[in-house]
Design a protein around this ligand. Sequence first.
Ligand code: MG
Length: 427
Amino acid sequence: MKVTAVDTAVVEANYDWTYIRVRTDEGHTGLGESFLAPGLTGIIHELGRLLVGEDPRDLDRLWNKMRWGSSGAGSMGGIVYNAISGIEAALLDVVGQHYRMPIYQLLGGRFRERVRVYADCHAGEALESLDPLMIPRHPAWLPADQQETQALSGEINRPVHGRAYGEPDAAEIFTPQMYADRAKQVVDDLGFTAIKFDLDVPNPHQLDTHSGTLTHAEIRFMEGLVAAVREAVGDTIDIAFDCHWRYNVTDAKRLASAVEPYGLMWLEDPVPPENTEAMRRVTASTSTPIASGENYYLRYGFRDVVEREGLDIVAPDLQKVGGLMEGRRIADLADTHYIPVAPHCIASPIGTMAAAHLAAAIPNFLALEWHGMSVPFWEDIAAGHGGPVIDQGFIRVPDRPGLGITLNEEVARRYAKPGEPFFGETP
Ligand code: MG
C-alpha cells in the first residue's frame, strides 16, 4: 500500500477546521484534522511531499520522517506539530481501514465503549468565531446580532483585537446569573454531566488585564461565578473553569484557594504553562485540581511537569500535541504518576472522534472537551455515524474500520474558507 496524495480543506467555523485527506493506491481515503494555525495548510502540503510513495503502515517511521524533514534535529514544538498531528490521524484512518480495525484497536484496544464529553460553555454567552490569530471575525453563518464589532470604551488609537489579547470590551460584563442559566440549560437540555466555563472574563473590578494581578474584589467576583454554576447544577455535575494562563503565581494561589469549597473538577491554566516550578507551586498550594496541557507538545513537553507533579490533570490537544500515538505515550507517562488525562479539543466531529478513539484506549481517561456548542452545523458536518456524534454528553466510539466517521462534503463545501483549496481543487 502506498500514499498517492495528501491534500487539505478548511472550513470557517468557530475556528478554522483544517482537514487532511490521505489517499492510497488501494483506494483508501483517510481523514484527519489539525489544530488551527497561521500558514498551516502550506506546511501540510509540504509535509505531504514526504509521504507520497510511502507505505502508511510505517506510521512511526513516517512520523519521525516528518519531524526530521520539517524542523531538523531536536525540534521541540510549534505549528509544525499541528500539521503532523492531523496527518498522523489521517494515516491511522487509512491503516485502520486497511486492516479493518477501528483506530482504538490500533492504539491498544478499548477500556470503554462510550467516552464522556464535557461541554465548554465559554463565558456563558453565544460563541464568536476567531481567525487563526484569535481575532474575532464574522462568517456568514454567525447570527447578525452577534456580529457587532467589539469596541473598547475610551479612545484607543490603534487596532484592538479582543479578549484573547487581554483587550476585552469594557461594556461586556458577565454575571453569575448568565453563568447559572447557561449551566442549567446545557445540563438539562443536552444531558452533559460535566461542563466548563471561562473564569478570566471582564468584571466590574478589573484594573489591568495585562499585569497578571487580581484584586480581592476580582477574586470575590470570580468566586461568585463559580458559586452560581455549582448552585445551578448541584453536586452531581462536574464543573471546571479556565483561566487561559492569565495570572501570577500568588494570585493564582489565592483564586484556587477561594474556589476550594465548590469542589471543582479542575481549574485550568491559572498561570502560564512554560514554568514547571510556578505551576507546581500553585498545584501544591491548593486542594483545587490544576489542569494544563493544551500548549505542550510531544511526550518531551510533558515530561518535566508530569515527573515533578506540577499539575493534577494533563490536557493534551490531540490535534496539535504530535498525534494520537503520541497522545497514547503521554497518557502512559501520566499514568505512571497516577495522573488523569482530560484531552483539550476545539475540533470538528472529525478531530473530536479521533480524540475519542484515544480516550477509549487509555486507562486514565477523565473527560474529553467539546468546544462546538454554538456552531450550528457542528453535527451536520459529520457523516456515517448513524446518529448524533455527541449524545447526552457521551460519544459512542464506532466499531467501523479506521476513524469510523467521515465528512459530509456538501456541508463542508458550504462553509469552506475562501481562498483555501478544497481537497485538491484550487480556489
Ligand atoms: Mg483551556
